[in-house]
Design a protein. Structure first.
Length: 82
């Protein structure tokens, strides 16, 4: 499975910078590994389960990011046609 990474820039406090550098030095892993793990834990703790929301379950089902431009008008055809 190919994982596509997206670059983000964020501002952090000096205290967080020191802690992140220390964590990286102690673990031998890049700072980005720890940032991603912290973000994953935050999202897991704060987002509702996508299994509970039928709309969330269809997000990302269509690999064409451009997609058709008439989905709003013809959503029934796209959702229910074979």
């Amino acid at each position: 499975m190919l994982i596509h990474m997206i670059r983000k820039q964020v501002y952090i406090y000096e205290e967080q910078e020191r802690g992140l550098k220390r964590m990286s030095a102690l673990s031998g892993e890049p700072e980005a590994v720890h940032v991603r793990a912290a973000l994953r834990a935050f999202l897991d703790a704060n987002l509702p389960s996508s299994a509970d929301d039928p709309l969330e379950r269809i997000v990302g089902l269509v690999p064409d990011v451009e997609g058709p431009d008439d989905v709003a008008a013809n959503h029934d055809r796209y959702l229910y046609s074979t």
